[in-house]
Ligand binder design. Structure first.
Ligand code: MV4
Length: 519
């Protein structure tokens, strides 16, 4: 690859180190292969046998299992890049992806950071500074504070001006940490203090501020690509309202809430945001959309996002390939008018979590794996049968992504693919997701950020009872079937097991798994 000039140093590169693990490391390795770039995996002691290690051209051990000792250990990552001769680092998502210090360190060490420049990264990481910049650029922001107040009376005064409910937010934050909704003045002081404590421990910065609280908004984000020469395009939106405690579970594109007119206004606003931030490479502009269809800038996600595949399926653009090209100093080869949304894509996140028990982590050995396939089905996965899911990291196993001509067909395709998907040995979110994509409100596209809390709280308790009942009924039925068979002197076991529904067989498998693992 050639790179004449770029904000990233204008050097061409031939080898990329992936400072990440799991499905996203695998995704980036595939893009490298297609571009004839060599790939270097890094791995902790818990990931010796992981898929990304097997798939990369080289793999470098970087320390003990805890992320602070491995995937977050900047010096070891830089060292690994130097030792293997990797000229660029792809950070994936999470870990160091939005860490301005790591980005600067790469710049200093002459390594291309495949992501935004450190200036833009720093600006968008500071929520209050970002709000100031976006207001100045003429982007609608949520009514609220434009600087960090010092006294409780300033908080009170502003809350009264905004009108309750208000929300306390961490300026250094994102992703919901340090956030508190406040309904009345009596609760303000303790919410501010709690927010400050949480922000300090999570981000090392106690600064919090207030915004008007928007009730039951939709979370809609726009994907943007920007090269180092001032060219910018957006790749339309992703609807991300289906999340539980700030963990997204289902994403889709297009959003059922947008029409062409609103889409084009929000797209233009997203481009303004990135231009005001001096942002380069791939990034996402998050918006809240209220019940009156007003949209507000929320924050910038300065990374490749987990849910990027839905955009890839609908636009046909390979975002990881574009990230690498832009980082190498190449200009974007297409403009806004070249981009269209075609059909509909839905993504479901498969986590190693027990959805029937409050989404408790469910690490352990994958005993059996059957993956869905078929037209319009894409599986970005980091797992294989026999692999041990470690406890140390984000529990995402895979992303099941489908494309179809319409939203209805995409939902049907997803429901079928989820039914085909079997992971035994650990608990996953597969069944829960199946119920979500079949839910009438979901199918009607009536989504908001409270959707799962409202419709799926306590999911699994009922179905566990049902499961127990069904097993008891099945057992009784088999008893009945056995009696005449014995009398005839030879009922075949084959007949019996053939009559099991897939669900029943699965139940037996699971019970077997439970027995042998004592969980
Ligand atoms: C809000 C909000 C309502 N009003 N801000 C949550 C994560 C962080 N990025 C911002 N978040 C929110 N900010 C105001 N003024 C509601 C949320 C919010 C949310 C946002 C996006 C996706 C899911 C969410 C779930 C709960 C709350």
């Amino acid at each position: 690859m050639k790179a004449e000039s770029s904000s990233a140093g204008g050097r061409s590169f031939s080898k990329i180190l992936i400072a990440n693990r799991g499905e996203i490391a695998v995704r980036v390795i595939r893009a490298c292969r297609e571009m004839d770039l060599a790939s270097v995996a890094v791995f902790s002691e818990a990931d010796r046998a992981s898929l990304h290690v097997q798939m990369a051209d080289e793999a470098v051990p970087i320390g003990p299992p805890p992320a602070t000792e491995s995937y977050l250990h900047m010096d070891r990552l830089i060292q690994a890049a130097h030792r293997t001769g990797a000229e660029a680092i792809h950070p994936g998502y999470g870990f160091l992806a939005e860490n301005a210090e790591f980005c600067r360190l790469c710049e200093r060490e002459g390594i291309v950071f495949i992501g935004p420049n450190s200036m833009a990264l720093e600006l968008v990481g500071d929520k209050v500074r970002a709000r100031q910049a976006m207001e100045k650029a003429g982007v609608p922001i949520i009514p609220g504070m434009m600087s960090i107040p010092r006294t409780l009376s300033e908080f009170k005064e502003e809350a009264r001006r905004l009108g309750y409910p208000v929300i306390v937010k961490a300026s250094a934050g994102g992703g919901g940490k340090g956030m508190r909704v406040v309904d009345q003045e009596n609760d303000l002081e303790s919410a501010v203090q709690a927010g400050q404590r949480e922000a300090l421990s999570a981000f090392g910065d106690a600064s919090v501020y207030l915004e008007k609280y928007i009730e039951e908004p939709r979370h809609i984000e726009f994907q943007v690509l920007a090269d180092g020469r001032g060219h910018r395009v957006h790749l339309f939106e992703r609807e991300c309202s289906i999340q539980r405690r700030h963990q997204k579970l289902v994403e889709e594109s297009p959003s059922p809430a947008l029409d062409p007119e609103l889409r084009s206004r929000m797209g233009a606003a997203a481009l303004k945001v990135m231009s005001a931030a001096g942002y380069t490479n791939a990034g996402t502009v998050e918006f809240l959309l209220d019940r009156d269809r007003r949209f507000y800038f929320l924050e910038v996600n300065a990374r490749l996002q987990v849910e990027h595949p839905v955009t890839e399926l609908v636009t046909g653009v390979d975002l990881v390939r574009q990230q690498i090209l832009v980082a190498a100093g190449e200009p974007l080869a297409f403009g806004q008018e070249d981009l269209r949304q075609r059909g509909h894509a839905v993504e479901c996140r498969i986590y190693a979590e027990d959805a029937a028990h409050g989404f408790l982590p469910s690490p352990g050995k994958i005993l059996f794996l059957k993956e869905p396939k078929g037209p319009g089905v894409r599986l970005d996965s980091g797992i294989f049968a026999g692999w041990d899911v470690p406890v140390y990291y984000d529990p995402i196993l895979a992303k099941l992504v489908v494309w179809a001509e319409s939203r209805d067909l995409a939902c049907r395709r997803m429901a079928v693919a989820l039914q085909e998907y079997v992971i035994l040995g650990i608990q996953t979110t597969i069944e829960y997701l199946g119920d979500v994509v079949r839910h009438p409100e979901f199918r009607a596209g009536r989504l908001h950020t409270g959707f799962l809390g409202k419709n799926f709280e306590g999911w699994g308790e009922k179905s566990r009872d049902e499961a127990a009942t069904r097993l008891a009924l099945a057992a009784a039925a088999f008893e009945e079937m056995d009696r005449p068979a014995r009398a005839e002197g030879g009922a075949s076991r084959t007949t019996r097991s053939d009559s099991l529904s897939p669900w029943q067989s699965l139940g037996r498998w699971r019970l077997g798994g439970l027995d042998s693992h004592g969980i």
